[in-house]
Design a protein around this ligand. Sequence first.
Ligand code: CTP
Ligand code: MG
Length: 372
Amino acid sequence: MSISAIIAAAGSGERFGAGIPKALIQLADRTLLEHAVSSLAPVVDQIIVTAPAGFEKQISELLGDGIVVVTGGATRSASVRNGLAVATGDYVLVHDAARALASTDLATRVIAQLHNGEVAVVPALAVVDTIKVTNSDGFVVSTPDRATLVSIQTPQGFKTSALRDAHASASEATDDAALIEEAGGKVKVIRGEERAIKITTPADLNTALSHLGLGKEIRSGIGTDAHAFGAGRQMWLAGLHWPDEQGVEGHSDGDVAAHAICDALFAATGLGDLGSNFGTDRPEYAGASGTRLMQECAALVKKEGFSISNVSVQIIGNRPKIGKRRAEAIAAISSALGGVQVSVSATTTDGMGLTGEGKGIAAIATALVSKQ
Ligand code: CTP
Ligand code: MG
């Protein structure tokens, strides 16, 4: 028995809002349409793609020889009918390019049911929400028993002659099985798959990426630093010079905010800490400014394949008063880190401890980094 596949790809992708047909949206290394074609190609004899008017040539070139491209219609049903007109198989799978990640295994299980003699086969998942029937006035009409409800996917499989008859007698439905139902035909339901979700909005792309094992890896890190005030030292804090303030001891400029941020970033990426990266065994960093350390640290984070989502630092001490220069401090840190989102806050410790007694200054920072 020969099998054709019709991949409906003629929609405009209004809800996705990319300004190009949804089937041509890129997901990882290829377009949604190419994903759909590569899943069905191993198990069917003919592939027909319905293209949006004006995109026939582009799609034909993208998919190469051996794929039949027809112009889609104004509705999905009309597009499928255009595909059916050129289908040569005894059986036909009708699939949405938007369900790009439906697997070859799912198509194989649909085909197995057709081999068993079924005329129409649909994959489905149980629904998790309670579904209600509503009227046009915005009121609930009824609440069907959830246990009887399923959410329908593609590829759907049909005896080609049965689907042709169904399309000839009824015309519009959001899936093909509905037309068979209207004609009184039996539709067999089989288990669908999570990865066969219909990609409708940009947020769905992230879900699809995670099905491909390409979701974002997100990590957080924490860092602290403290220095005692020292006579005759300049005060450097949060990448800024504070000319009227007493500075702190240390072999660097003693920028506790910058040091805490570097520690948080190293912790998030698992790259050790300030000491292991810029410590005394690395003489080239002796006396390096906080700004230079943040620049070097950001470069190491990037080299490790991470991008910085945001950094937050809190300065703990009686002086200097941060408020008036907060915007400047945020800008200095952000620019040292390559333009990332930064927040800077400050607090005192009610007269207690190193910072409260005015002996020094401390900072605590968190960082969030992510990797594709
Ligand atoms: N489709 C089609 N012909 C149409 C309309 C839709 O071939 N006239 C296809 C789409 O390309 C998609 C599938 O049917 O692969 C399911 O439709 P949907 O997810 O609604 O896609 P779009 O219509 O492109 O999206 P939107 O409704 O947001 O515009
Ligand atoms: Mg649509």
